[in-house]
Design a protein around this ligand. Sequence first.
Ligand code: ADP
Ligand code: AMP
Length: 219
Amino acid sequence: MFIILMGPPGAGKGTQAEKLTKEFALIHVSTGDIFRNAVKEGTEMGKKAKEYMDKGELVPDEIVLGIVKERLSKPDCKAGVLLDGFPRTIEQAEALDEVLEDLKMKIDAVINIDVSEEELIARLTGRRVCRNCGATYHIKFNPPKVRNICDHCSGELYQRSDDTIDTVKERLNIYNKQTLPMVDYYERKGMYKSADGSREIDQVFADIAAYLQNKEDEI
Ligand code: ADP
Ligand code: AMP
């Protein structure tokens, strides 16, 4: 299966991706994670991307598109993919269609996780991420068993530099202007499903998993 997980920053894409990729044996491709790894490794691409990420802006397509194409071309993606954080504009959605045509792959479902802006701000400003394995927590809504320590790998938790209130507000503005119009693009293609992301993590997961199970049975 090839799934796109959409939604504003903080909707719970990474959290759900962790569970869905296990359940459906999919490869998790997150453009945000690819950029954060490149920043950590200090590559040229990482340095370029960081300039935009720190301001809450989108990294330019000339960087993003090549990275996505390279990642989706790797053999492990043949087993199935969950795309998280890409596409983020109609131009990226159109470019993805071309890449998938070249790779003889097709999108099976586009799932949008829907959450109010007030809740998104609370989720993003309290988010903590494992420096080692990338698992996501929240200081109130999904705390680790031991403060600042990852439940899975005992790695140290940190706060993303773009999860400050000012950058969060800019990222939400950019989402509303540039990413939201994509809903219409996929709705018209008849492959769009919205999930109410305001519920508990396990309830959101149960809803999306049931939908994907039906899709998988159809294939
Ligand atoms: P995204 O990948 O969409 O930016 P994350 O999965 O990183 O979002 O989630 C953002 C924050 O919200 C994290 O701190 C996460 O633990 C928390 N979170 C995710 N889903 C829920 C939920 N259903 N209810 C409450 N908090 C949640
Ligand atoms: P995320 O982890 O999805 O919240 O992404 C973090 C940051 O990475 C974003 O604010 C952007 O600066 C950059 N980024 C991630 N995915 C994309 C994309 N598809 N297009 C442009 N920039 C992106």
